[in-house]
Write a protein that binds this ligand. Structure first.
Ligand code: F6R
Length: 259
């Protein structure tokens, strides 16, 4: 049985304060590698948690302070029926916040999650990630209900890419993004086993609405009731929180990782 290492937890002032840490994670992941290994694969997350980071990454790429040729990109999930150009979709959001990712999409170095659920498409996407050497660094957010990507409570820990039905809280949180249309009911998501296969996982959560889910993730039972608790089965996890998201954690855990 491999030794478990608890996630490192750091408490920051807010999402903006997390940006330098997140950009450093990217710099470390894409640091020169033997040519045979090719560029590192970085997995992005979507959602409000990462808007500041994606905008800052766009500026770094435009200013060539991070070399867009030195990594390949992917992300976690896509709404069913939302191709890259459709507003509301995840690729559309990533490209809006960080246009350099759209250039990578055109160049074939950004691998979008399929917006269709055909087995062949999901398998091909998974194989593409494997051929790229697997995800080196995966960014993650957490849902109010403890979801990771769109793995809603009850999703088995051994899941790969699959079609999923969104929980009602997830749809409610996405409502403004799709207004006046109804938010989608289904998505294609990377599975929990897919996420755990990445070399390094960095999860961010900001705001009081995430506090309960964060406490369940780090202090509750490791169980499908809180999909994010699966992170405690990984040996290389960093969790960045603000004080509001950390309010359900014991003082000691907060103090330990505080910076
Ligand atoms: C989206 C995703 C979700 C979000 C989570 C938090 O690609 O994977 O798990 O990370 O719902 O969303 P925000 O950041 O909007 O609070």
């Amino acid at each position: 049985m491999p030794e478990r290492v608890a996630p490192e937890v750091r408490i920051l002032a807010n999402a903006e304060a997390a940006v330098p840490f997140l950009l450093d994670e990217i710099r470390r992941a894409i640091a020169p590698r033997p040519a045979a290994r090719g560029p590192a694969l970085v997995g992005f997350a979507t959602g409000g948690t990462y808007t500041a980071m994606l905008k800052a990454l766009g500026a770094e790429l435009d200013g060539r302070r991070i070399d867009g040729q030195s990594f390949v990109a992917t992300h976690l999930d896509e709404y069913l029926g939302y191709p890259p150009e459709r507003r509301g979709g995840m690729v559309h959001e990533l490209g809006t916040n960080c246009p350099a990712l759209l250039a990578m999409l055109r160049a074939g170095t950004f691998f979008p999650v399929p917006h269709v659920d055909a087995d062949s498409a999901l398998r091909a996407h998974d194989e593409l990630l494997q051929r790229a050497g697997g995800v080196k660094l995966q960014f993650l957010g957490i849902g109010r209900n403890g979801h990771l990507a769109f793995n809603e409570p009850g999703t088995p820990f051994d899941s790969g890419f699959h079609r999923t039905r969104l929980a009602e809280t997830t749809r409610e949180d996405a409502r403004a993004r799709f207004a006046p249309e109804e938010p989608p009911r289904e998505a294609v998501t990377s599975g929990l086993a897919t996420i755990l296969a990445a070399d390094r996982l960095v999860l961010c959560a900001f705001g009081a609405a995430k506090a309960e889910a964060v406490a369940a993730m780090l202090r509750g039972e490791v169980s499908v009731a809180c999909p994010a608790s699966v992170l405690r089965q990984h040996r290389n996890v960093l969790v960045l929180l603000d004080r509001a998201a950390a309010q359900g954690l014991p003082g000691q855990q907060v103090a330990q990782g505080a910076c």
